[in-house]
Write a protein that binds this ligand. Structure first.
Ligand code: ADP
Ligand code: 5GP
Length: 226
């Protein structure tokens, strides 16, 4: 039997804009409803389909800066001319309740989390190719051509940072990428340093305790007890 630690696991997922992070996460959450996706604050304008409190908490630049002063963010960064930040309070609350927390954030923020909480699991999502990335960014149809170009250029810099992460997933097919994400997190939950206690059930546990206490290695006596 294994008893996991009470504290939830923090997971950071990054990747270039348009590579499919949001799409893979939605698929992942369908099969992993116990993981909580953090909702960030941003000063960027709402896009079509964005929902307040679900996609983001949308703030004016000044409101965002006020929250920075108040120390409300676990991390924040500027990306493509706007602020993005992870609210601190709900993360701590969920982790303390033993709930795993997923942050979908860009690389500067991910590196800040790495300094603050190095036991975090860092996953990088890659597009299958730069050509496909451009196609996805354009196909999403949510930004102007100028903004798409800016995000695309930045993608080259971001892909260079993949070595700072623990895992990489190429998002070729959404369901396979989501399955890989589940596999990573299943393995991470089984890491010995994330486990509170491992014990044998019933009689075997008594024998185990006896062995440790008395350094008693007579196999025949043990076998008689089972
Ligand atoms: P991100 O969150 O990384 O910015 P999105 O999840 O918004 O990216 O995906 C960008 C676009 O690419 C969307 O139109 C989405 O439907 C599409 N997309 C995502 N994953 C795939 C995939 N594996 N194959 C084809 N299209 C995809
Ligand atoms: P978008 O404008 O496409 O929604 O997001 C732009 C980038 O900001 C994405 O790479 C996304 O992962 C990142 N992002 C979203 N929320 C946060 C956050 O709270 N902190 C940081 N550092 N980046 C974030």
């Amino acid at each position: 039997m294994i008893i996991s630690k009470k504290q939830g696991m923090l997971i950071v997922l990054s990747g270039p804009s348009g590579c499919g992070k949001g799409t893979v996460i939605r698929e992942f959450l369908k099969k992993n409803p116990n993981t909580w996706l953090s909702v960030s604050c941003t000063s960027r304008a709402k896009r079509e389909g964005d929902i307040e409190g679900v996609s983001y908490f949308f703030l004016e630049k000044e409101e965002f800066e006020q929250k920075i002063k108040e120390g409300a963010f676990l991390e924040y960064a500027e990306y493509a001319g706007n602020y993005y930040g992870t609210p601190k309070a709900p993360i701590k609350e969920k982790l303390d309740q033993g709930i795993d927390v997923l942050l979908e954030i860009e690389i500067q923020g991910a590196l800040k989390i790495k300094e603050l909480l190095p036991e975090t699991v860092f996953i990088f999502i890659m597009p299958p190719s730069m050509k496909e990335l451009k196609k996805r960014l354009e196909g999403r149809n949510t930004e102007s051509k100028e903004k798409i170009d800016k995000r695309f250029q930045r993608a080259y810099l971001e892909i260079n940072e993949v070595s700072k992460y623990n895992y990489v997933i190429v998002n070729d097919e959404v369901d396979i990428a989501a399955q890989k994400m589940s596999a990573i997190l299943t393995a991470e939950r089984l890491r010995v340093d994330r486990i509170e206690e491992v014990f044998l059930d019933t009689v075997e546990e008594d024998i185990h305790e006896e062995l440790i206490a008395k350094k008693f290695f007579d196999n025949s006596k043990i076998i008689d007890k089972i």
